[in-house]
Write a protein that binds this ligand. Structure first.
Ligand code: HEC
Ligand code: HEC
Length: 212
């Protein structure tokens, strides 16, 4: 049955062992790196605090560019610029991979339907061009809005609206935000946090329970 020579066996074992060690090393380093993020951004980067953004499932390149922007003070921040300065590019890349490999877990809260509806109209007129699919879309430049923490979104929009050139954003976005009132921003944030911006039900979650 066992026709493998001792030498072949040893080689295979060494390779297996090396593989296992590499995996352990990678896991440990990624884990210790991202551990410190969970305190604010929630377990595994999924936030349930209104003023803290979720970071799990952000596009790898958006994540990395954002961390670099924080590090170089190119993006307004209360705390992240100081945090980002503590890491080297290679470490930021590993974090970007860790969070980028997760699935975006948007959270939809219990929101006043009328306010969210008003937000939907504003979104379609001013924002859908870039923040497609009711804000669920994301790519290397565009972060997801649907399901992001409501207080965080509101804070960001207020900042983007007034920051003249000081914030990393497409000029067209600021042009559009400038036209909007505080009430408008509140409606928009409510829309992204509401079930109106939730992904359409898939057969997986929409499936009725099989009868026993
Ligand atoms: C002390 C709390 C705190 C810790 C710890 C923290 N963050 Fe943050 N993070 C924030 C806040 C607050 C913001 C919003 C920007 C700001 O005000 O600094 C933010 C924003 C971000 C964003 C931008 C999200 C977006 O939607 O654009 C990313 C990415 C991020 N943090 C990554 C990290 C990573 C990675 C770590 C761990 C190394 C980390 N954060 C640790 C508080 C924290
Ligand atoms: C021309 C395309 C464009 C338009 C139009 C636009 N955005 Fe954006 N938006 C972006 C991009 C790109 C970013 C990422 C900016 C960066 O690099 O940090 C962004 C970022 C944001 C963020 C920050 C999210 C986060 O996680 O930090 C919010 C909130 C936002 N947009 C809301 C809006 C709203 C509301 C509108 C409509 C009034 C709008 N945007 C219109 C392209 C656009």
């Amino acid at each position: 049955m066992f026709s493998m020579s001792t030498a072949t066996c040893r080689r295979r074992c060494r390779r297996l062992l090396a593989g296992a060690c590499l995996l352990v090393v990678m896991d440990v380093s990624a884990d210790t790196l991202v551990q410190s993020c969970f305190g604010c951004h929630g377990p595994d980067g999924v936030s349930s605090a209104p003023h803290m953004p979720s970071i799990a499932g952000l596009n790898f390149r958006y994540f990395y560019a954002t961390m670099q922007a924080f590090r170089k003070d190119l993006r307004g921040a209360t705390i992240m610029n100081r945090i980002a300065k503590g890491y080297k590019s290679g470490q930021l890349q590993r974090m970007a991979l860790y969070f980028g490999n997760q699935t975006w877990t948007g959270q939809q809260g219990d929101i006043d339907r009328a306010v969210a509806e008003r937000g939907r109209v504003l979104h379609e007129e001013y924002c859908e061009k870039c923040h497609k699919q009711a804000g669920r879309f994301q790519d290397k430049e565009t972060p997801p809005l649907a399901g992001q923490s409501i207080g965080y979104l509101l804070y960001q929009m207020t900042d983007y609206r007034t920051a003249s050139g000081g914030m990393r954003q497409p000029p067209l976005m600021q042009e559009r935000l400038e036209k909007l009132s505080d009430r408008d921003l509140h409606s928009l944030a409510s829309f992204y946090a509401s079930e109106l911006a939730a992904p359409p039900q898939t057969t997986e979650s929409g499936r009725t329970k099989p009868q026993q």
